[in-house]
Each structure stands twice: as C-alpha cells, then as structure tokens.
Design a protein around this ligand. Structure first.
Ligand code: ATP
Ligand code: MG
Length: 250
C-alpha cells in the first residue's frame, strides 16, 4: 500500500510537485501518466525515499517515510527509469549483492535468485557479465533484483521503454501476477495502451498537480467521451495538440 498525502517538492522558486495525493491499494496497478517534466519521477523518487519532500506525508505499507524509513524501504521494490548497474558483475553476482542490501541470507538467496532468473528468462545468463547484456536483458535483470525481497509495494518508472513485444508481455504478466498476490504497484508510463491494458486506475499529473484520476474509461468520459483512441483523450486532458507548432516548422 502506497499513500501519498499532499506532497510538495520545491527546487528554489520552482515547484516540481505541487500537492500530489495518491492512494495505491494492495492488488492494484496504478498508472502514473503525464507529459515530460510533469513531476512523475520526482514523485516516485520521494516515495522511494531518495528525495525529501518539501512538505506532505508518504507512507509505504503503513510505515511513515519520515519516521520509519527503513521499514518503508524494506517493503518496497523500486525500478528507476535509468538504473545504475555495475556491469563488471555477473547477473548472479548482481542479484546476490541486491539480496545482501535487503538482508537476505543463506540458502534462501540462491533459491530466490534462481527463481527470479527463471521468471525473467535469464537463467542461461546467470554467470555472464552484465556488460554483454542487451538493453532488454538489463531491464529484466533490474526487475529481478527489485523483486528479490518480495516487496509488498512496487514503484516502476517507465518499465516498457525499449522492450521487445515478448519482453513487454513478460513484464506485463509478472506485474499482473504480483498485483493478484496483493502487491500495490505504482507505474509511470507514456504508453497509453500499456496504461489501458494493465492499470486498474490511472492518475494524470500536469505541472506537478494531479488533474485527473480514475479508470481509463473515466478519463475518456472526462475528455468528452467521443474518443476511443487514447492519445486525443490524453491531449485534451493535458491541453494542447502541438499541431500549430508543427506548422511553424514546415
Ligand atoms: N534537481 C532538480 N533541480 C531543479 N529542478 C528539477 C530537479 N529535478 C527535477 N527538476 C524539475 O522538476 C520537473 C519535474 O521533473 P520530473 O523528472 O519529475 O518529470 P517527469 O514527469 O518524470 O518527466 P519525464 O516524462 O520526462 O520523465 C522538471 O521541470 C524538472 O526540470
Ligand atoms: Mg520521468
């Protein structure tokens, strides 16, 4: 469970996140949508405990990030948009390192590691250096690491970028399965079809504020209800098609 209450993040005079509230319940996949620079990554990094909010409150699985950051982080899995991976490690070493960060020990580590490699179709790469991995393989490895400690809440910033259809299908299935087991998932994405296919609820953020929340069908109705396609729905809600600017170019 992820509860964000009226969270603000200011950088000097600039307000990147301006009073955001979110409530992601166990078993839900909550899509976080919005144009570039709207404040998605900033919000996600605050929930992950990597950035301190200027004001507001965040709890993860009942742990207040301000007073019980360890409890919050221990029950959270975080998959950043640009993960740092030390590429001189093998896949197995990377997962063991990650397990150590979360205090996993003993035989359980190898068991869980093999399980993760199997799920993410990386078993035969276990002892290969990460530097030889493709983008999609690295992406799947980062997810394996984030799920090693069985988090009850998961944050994912742009999980589908650069994945081939098979990889995307795999990730979608894994997330759905996790949600079915009661995990709360907050996922930012620019792919509206991904949001429609995967998300129980979505919130749209614009200039640091949530401007709409609900099911994808709720958003369609909010945008006037005459678009089946999601791109015009999104553009109507966030204001601007950009077509005039394109005319300027030609
Ligand atoms: N350290 C910082 N100092 C000043 N401004 C920042 C800082 N980090 C982020 N910002 C600003 O905060 C705003 C929100 O950025 P953020 O990365 O959260 O957007 P986003 O919604 O994730 O965008 P994208 O879709 O491009 O990933 C942007 O205007 C960005 O320039
Ligand atoms: Mg971002």
């Amino acid at each position: 469970m992820i509860v964000v209450s009226d969270v603000v993040k200011r950088y000097g005079a600039f307000t990147a996140v301006d009073g955001v509230s979110l409530d992601v319940k166990p078993g839900q996949i909550h899509g976080f949508l919005g144009p570039n620079g709207a404040g998605k990554t900033t919000t996600i990094r605050m929930i992950a405990g990597l950035l301190k909010p200027t004001s507001g409150r965040i709890t993860v699985n009942g742990h207040d990030l301000a007073t019980s950051p360890e409890g919050a982080k221990a029950s959270l899995g975080f998959i950043p948009d640009r993960p740092f991976i030390y590429e001189k490690l093998t896949a197995g070493e990377f997962l063991r390192f990650h397990a150590g960060l979360y205090g996993l020990e003993g035989a359980a580590v190898e068991e869980r590691l093999n399980e993760m490699l199997e799920i993410f179709e990386l078993t035969r790469w276990r002892d290969e250096l990460i530097e030889s991995f493709s983008h999609g393989m690295k992406q799947r490895l980062v997810m394996s690491a984030a799920f090693m400690h069985r988090p009850q809440a998961v944050l994912v910033d742009e999980p589908m970028v650069g994945l081939d259809p098979r990889g995307a299908r795999l990730i979608k299935d894994v997330f759905r399965r996790m949600a079915d087991h009661g995990v709360a998932i907050l996922m930012s994405t620019h792919t509206l079809e991904v949001a429609e296919e995967m998300c129980d609820l979505v919130s749209i953020i614009l200039k640091g504020r949530i401007i709409a929340s609900g099911t994808v069908d709720d958003l369609r109705r909010l945008a006037g209800g005459d678009d089946e396609e999601l791109t015009p729905v999104f553009l109507k809600l966030t204001g601007g098609s950009g077509l005039q600017e394109i005319d300027e170019v030609v």
